[in-house]
Design a protein around this ligand. Sequence first.
Ligand SMILES: Nc1nc2c(c(=O)[nH]1)N[C@H]1C(S)=C(S)[C@@H](COP(=O)(O)OP(=O)(O)OC[C@H]3O[C@@H](n4cnc5c(=O)[nH]c(N)nc54)[C@H](O)[C@@H]3O)O[C@H]1N2
Ligand SMILES: Nc1nc2c(c(=O)[nH]1)N[C@H]1C(S)=C(S)[C@@H](COP(=O)(O)OP(=O)(O)OC[C@H]3O[C@@H](n4cnc5c(=O)[nH]c(N)nc54)[C@H](O)[C@@H]3O)O[C@H]1N2
Ligand code: SF4
Ligand SMILES: [Mo]
Length: 734
Amino acid sequence: MERLSRRRFLKISAATFGAATAAAHLPDALRAAAAQGEKGVRTVATFCEMCFWRCGGIAHVRDGKLWKFEGNPKDPQSRGRLCPRGTGAVGAYYARDRLQKPLVRVGARGKEQWKAVTWDEALGYVAERMQKIKAEHGAEAIAMFNHGIGVRMLQHVLKSYGCTNFAGPSFAQCRGPRDVGFRLTFGEDVGSPERTDIENARCLVLIGSHLGENMHNTQVQEFSDAVGAGATVIVVDPRFSVAASKAKYWLPIRPGTDLALLLAWMHVIVTEKLYDADYVAQHGYGFEQFAAYVQAFTPEWAYPETGIEPELIRATAREMAQHRPATLIHPGRHVNWYGDDAQRSRGIALLNALMGSWGRKGGFFTPASMDVPDYPYPAYPKPARPKLDNPDKKYPFAHEALTTGIREATLSGKPYPIKGWFVYATNLLHALPNEAETIEAIRKLDLLVVVDVIPSEIAGWADVVLPESTYLERHDELNVEFFKHPFVSIRQPVIESPHDQKPNWWIARELAVRLGLERYYPWKHIEEYLENRVTGAGLDFAQLKKQGVIRGARQPVFFDEGVPAEFPTPSGKIEFYSTQLQEHGFDPIPRYTPPDPGPAGSFRLLYGRAPMHSFSRTQTNPLLADLMRENVVWLNAVAARRLGLKHGDWVRLRNQDGVLSNRVQVKATERIRPDCVYLVHGFGHTAKGLRRALGRGASDAGLITRYKVDPLMGGTAMSVNFVTLEPADAPQEA
Ligand SMILES: Nc1nc2c(c(=O)[nH]1)N[C@H]1C(S)=C(S)[C@@H](COP(=O)(O)OP(=O)(O)OC[C@H]3O[C@@H](n4cnc5c(=O)[nH]c(N)nc54)[C@H](O)[C@@H]3O)O[C@H]1N2
Ligand SMILES: Nc1nc2c(c(=O)[nH]1)N[C@H]1C(S)=C(S)[C@@H](COP(=O)(O)OP(=O)(O)OC[C@H]3O[C@@H](n4cnc5c(=O)[nH]c(N)nc54)[C@H](O)[C@@H]3O)O[C@H]1N2
Ligand code: SF4
Ligand SMILES: [Mo]
């Protein structure tokens, strides 16, 4: 789950409105509307879940049929506009490849042979298996993998049951290293949504962050505002990304050498005294050691590493300094690349510190949230054993649970056995590196339950598959976001589920009843839960349901506006030199290690996003598949010629361990360096039920058999795989 943990927030009390009205339960209203043969247009305000940004939108139903989903102008994240994926919401509802009924496995695991059962049978079976695992191994032996806001409700039942091992790929496979690097430096995370003030930046530096392909909505809109206002954009990427096409400088860096560039930039800025000296003097700790350390890393030193000309390094460093403090070196989000990722992120944090951009307009703001009380649940039982994803704090700076740590423990049975996995909204076979390891871990289980909306690869390995209603068909936990503008938003059903799908809260509650945990459910319908929280905050529940979002008053978010400049690090300052790292035997100031060049004649495999798809979840969405049916492999045009390949030729990729991909077309282009190739993530599906996507494109995940683990925080770096290209036959035309 993309949540913030220990960040300082400006909590505000919401304005008090009139007493809330008891609401009609929308599902009943929907059923009534449908039964009467609904006519005309009806709208419902809710929020998107095509990714984790949670944009507010307005769904339109016309003559009883789901028609369209548009941005909600009241919502500060969507600002009235959705990204291409968000507008594809309707396709998630109409997709023919949806899970329709609960399924229980009949064949061998992974064979995708099922018996359709009733919810009562499915949940009864799950409850019985859970009780058995608890009796034999303890409740901690059931772990949960999860992603997205929907999981809160299922976590509640599992925590009530005594489970303690919960993890999502958003930490060890996504933003973890970045949040650790920034925490070590400023004492706080970057968070999600990121606390970046892109709209006011005068100079924006994007290191791999491919905004425009990475479609996180507010960031893309702010990026376009900043470009429109004449901000200088500097893009560092081995590939000429969409963002690079808007940039004044494109630095086509040799993959894996960004820390060398960062050190050289800091060298220029320190030796030419271009940094914000007052800010550094007032807030910095260990600057002298840092300044002495960066002396060695001249642009000439960095040149053979990065391939970036020394004069270009100098020019870009000076350009950054010219616009400070409104110079934002974007921290990125998916940063699990090479294994030194937390230290590279720390390098980015330090460069921002030199610019004085933390806490400043055009840099990083301090997010604010509405003060919405939790639901007054009874206390959870105390787990008998501690979490096992990071035993003995092997990764001392991991501040969230590690998915891959749970996988490892499942494989080894240590420090205690894990016998059950509950998987909610994460396709582990595409999300975790090394599929074979995941499958081996699954083989050790007594129970694998998957809650999904489509028959994904991970669902294919389940013992029980529970079909969830898509987000336009359900309520969810409230979205109390930490953002530049404090707000609360609500998800509510727009239309009934087309088959026997159920929402997460219903599944969780029904499971609780079967586990004898009713006492943890003082409410019967989620609206009671939501109303309790919303009215507890002094907000009008009816108004929230009508508008979809309630905004609080804008609060100070910058130091200049009165936010105290506090840094919850051990020194209470911005740590140019980290004694914490030193005490744990790590480099107190980031050290560069050159990346492994890989086998001769092979290309480093890089991957990223396409604007119209989210991970591995949207390829069966008819609307989004129409925009991009399969991925292609980006290959440098000169390298292609050398290999005798033309644009449009079909190839398969073979990785260093012999794994062969599905066939994919070559995109021969000058827009990528000759030492790497690039795939959009999420394609190359193998699950039989994903008829629209099956066998289309190549899976980056399948080729990521190797990964490097970040020693600070346990993140799994995945850009350490190499491929060669083999000619393949073109597919037969249908
Ligand atoms: N459309 C769409 N948007 C999304 C998502 C989605 O699924 N679909 N997912 C969202 C999520 S959860 C995340 S985490 C973000 C991820 O998006 P980002 O954080 O922006 O990016 P990454 O996926 O880390 O990086 C991909 C880019 O890094 C470049 N790159 C690869 N190796 C290197 C290198 O060594 N150095 C440098 N400087 N660049 C390199 C690639 O060429 C590519 O342009 O996207 C978010 N936005
Ligand atoms: N090889 C490779 N691995 C990666 C990445 C990469 O770029 N390449 N990116 C990494 C990053 S940044 C991230 S954040 C993670 C993302 O990892 P995941 O969040 O696991 O992403 P998805 O592949 O979209 O898998 C989501 C699953 O949830 C299901 N789902 C979608 N909506 C719902 C819903 O409403 N309810 C339920 N119950 N299920 C739903 C989808 O059908 C799908 O099976 O992956 C990481 N791993
Ligand atoms: S960024 Fe796009 S997909 Fe993500 S929540 Fe917003 S509209 Fe939906
Ligand atoms: Mo991510």
